[in-house]
Ligand binder design. Structure first.
Ligand code: HEC
Length: 122
């Protein structure tokens, strides 16, 4: 299945550069909770509807229509590129059906910053 194949590739990429544990050290507990709420909340990010988050406890029933969110630092060395993707995925992938969270003001700029910091540790 395509999702599983993508996941396997991502894990292989993570292992090859020595990424073993999520690095969420930059966010305190309250900020991590807030970010997690945005990712899980259907009225907010709803990221789980489309993305597998393999390293996140509690994300057991994720969608797989988008790539798994894992090894983000390795795949997005420039954090601004990651932020731009979440702000408007269609800018880099014109036929993307990922909601343009910034352009359509689904999330505030601060919420996007928080989500970026959080998933950068996945
Ligand atoms: C309706 C489905 C959907 C939702 C909801 C969604 N995404 Fe996506 N996302 C996708 C699809 C499809 C892609 C692949 C196409 C693309 O790159 O735009 C993608 C790509 C991405 C990428 C690039 C991943 C890579 O490996 O290139 C990131 C990062 C991302 N999404 C983060 C998020 C975050 C964070 C949220 C929640 C705030 C979210 N997505 C919500 C469908 C979704």
């Amino acid at each position: 299945m395509a999702g599983a194949r993508r996941l396997a590739l991502c894990c292989a990429a993570a292992a090859s550069i020595g990424v073993t544990a999520p690095a969420l050290a930059t966010l305190n507990t309250a900020a991590r909770e807030a970010a997690r709420d945005i990712l899980f909340d259907r009225a907010k990010g709803n990221c789980l509807a489309c993305h597998h988050l393999p390293t996140l406890v509690g994300a057991e029933q994720p969608g797989n229509s988008g790539p798994p969110l894992i090894a983000m630092q390795a795949r997005f060395p420039d954090k601004r590129v990651l932020r731009a993707k979440i702000w408007d995925a269609t800018a880099s992938t014109p036929d993307s059906f990922m909601p343009p969270f910034g352009r359509h003001q689904i999330l505030t700029e601060d919420e996007i910053d928080l989500v970026v910091e959080f998933i950068y540790g996945l």
